[in-house]
Design a protein around this ligand. Structure first.
Ligand code: UD1
Ligand code: CA
Length: 459
């Protein structure tokens, strides 16, 4: 069987965080999520994840991908190291298995790379193949040491001999083993080093000693080997992942004006000729149809029709038909349906409402729990008063109704088609069609009052 082991039980001390390293997020998902997602896609028969102190926090997400979980002890004095974490999985592996072992902090591995790497390993009939890369800056990665071109061992940065020359070929921490080679080498690992650490990397020199065929597959895609040890690595991985996703989108016809500040969820569907500009976040299973333009906005689980224009707005869990305009500074909250040609302007909030075709709410309004018909005008400062302190109530506004500025619609209330609500009215009773409703205190003008009060200023 083709099995994968993911080692994710380390202490992650370099992150300087209370949160487990593998649960830190890039592009909105934990590191371990990205890895399991790629491993799952690569079609392994079985996935085994080693967790430690993070067991309770990480278990759910690991099991979501159908992975088995093995718990590495983390009490003070427990054995430690990548070699130990792999060793406790021995019982899960048989001699006939093919085995991928990788670390939970290398989030950019993708299924295509795994496939090519596995084919290389098979075609060369290797017993152990390490995925390596040649980097300009090998940072703290373990180094591949070759002798006359032959892969000899991996040396960790901390164990490098200052008098020797090392190439820039690094160990990605991703290994393929034949089951037997794994079982024979892993038992030989010891913690005979200053840090008393069991190192999986030692399997290379041990394997050679046992006459196994040991090799390194040099990946020319440097992103896939990026590992996360500290916050800067996290940032670099996020940049690389976002760049990769954005490149795919541009190839598929999406214009991204500022790719360095644009994040698109891989689950989103974005059609050709959509333009994204400025700081844009598209989260979840959003759909954006052709010709729409999104500027400086956050879009979460939205369906957005063709030729919409959304500026500086936050929109979530709603459906928007074609040719709708939002913003600047509109907020569309869950459960809303905005019909085609509608205009929602600055500082307008819509929640759990249907907003009809061609209707407009240009400025400073709250529309909550409402069914608004077509070609309705919602004036500036209109509030749909939907909450009585205990319950939410709905408001209905019919087609072609005119809701003047600063009107309060106290729900439940029904405004019929073509009704006209005068500015400043607080509407508590239903209004029938074609009626004017006006609810105001009577206006009094008192001549000369300013002068008598001594408030008059010469012009
Ligand atoms: C490791 C490699 C190094 C390689 C680099 C690639 C070793 C000894 N070194 O170094 O050659 O270049 O990865 O990124 O393997 N873990 C456990 N249990 C443990 C210790 C660690 O599960 O007891 C897990 C961690 O959660 C982590 C992974 O193993 O996901 C790697 O551990 P880490 O300490 O980050 O190794 P590096 O120092 O990066
Ligand atoms: Ca690491």
């Amino acid at each position: 069987m083709f099995k994968a082991i993911i080692l994710a039980a380390g202490e992650g001390t370099r992150m300087k965080s209370k949160k487990s390293k593998v649960l830190h997020e890039i592009a909105g998902k934990p590191l371990i999520y990205h890895i399991l997602n790629s491993v799952k896609k690569a079609g392994f028969d079985e996935i085994i994840t080693v967790l430690g102190r993070n067991y309770n926090d990480a278990k759910e997400i690991v099991e979501y991908f159908g992975s088995k979980v093995i718990k590495q002890p983390h009490e003070p004095g427990s054995p430690y190291g990548t070699g130990y974490a792999a060793k406790i999985c021995m019982d899960e592996i048989s001699e006939e298995d093919d085995l991928l072992i990788m670390y939970g902090d290398t989030p950019l591995i993708d299924d295509k790379t795994i496939e090519n790497y596995f084919n290389y390993h098979k075609n060369c009939a290797n017993d152990i193949t390490v995925l390596s890369a040649i980097l300009d800056d090998p940072k703290d990665y373990g180094r591949i040491v070759r002798e006359d071109g032959e892969f000899k061992e991996i040396v960790e940065k901390k164990n490098m001999d200052p008098n020797l020359f090392y190439s820039n070929e690094i160990n990605s921490g991703i290994y393929l083993f034949k089951g037997k080679a794994f079982l024979d080498t892993i038992v030989e690992i010891n913690d005979d080093n200053p840090k008393k650490e069991y190192m999986l990397t030692d399997t290379i020199a041990i394997g050679r000693g046992l006459s196994y065929k040991v090799d390194a597959y040099i990946s020319d895609n440097h992103d896939v080997v990026l590992g996360v040890n500290d916050r800067e690595d996290l940032y670099l991985c996020e940049c690389a992942l976002i760049a990769r996703e954005n490149k795919k989108r541009m190839i598929s016809g999406v214009m991204i004006h500022n790719p360095e500040s644009t994040y698109i969820d891989p689950d989103a569907i974005i059609e050709e000729d959509v333009e994204l500009s400025g700081f844009v976040k598209i989260i979840g299973k959003s759909i954006i149809r052709s010709g729409s333009m999104i500027e400086n906005s956050t879009i979460c689980n939205m369906t957005i029709g063709e030729n919409c224009h959304i500026i500086n707005s936050t929109c979530e869990d709603s459906v928007v038909e074609d040719g709708v305009k939002f913003g600047p500074y509109s907020r569309i909250r869950p459960g809303s349906h905005i019909a085609s040609g509608a205009k929602i302007g600055n500082f307008v909030e819509i929640k759990n409402s249907n907003f009809g075709e061609g209707s407009k709410a240009g400025h400073l309004a709250y529309i909550g729990d409402a069914d608004v018909g077509r070609d309705v005008n919602i004036g500036c400062g209109v509030v749909f008063v939907n909450y009585d302190g205990k319950k939410k109530h709905r408001t209905t506004v019919g087609d072609h109704a005119f809701v003047g500025s600063n009107v309060n619609l106290v729900a439940p209330v029904v405004i019929e088609d073509n009704a006209f609500l005068a500015a400043g009215s607080t509407i508590t009773k239903d209004v029938s069609k074609d009626a004017l409703s006006i609810e105001r205190g009577e206006q009094k003008n008192i001549d000369g009052w300013v002068i008598r009060r001594g408030l008059h200023k010469e012009l």
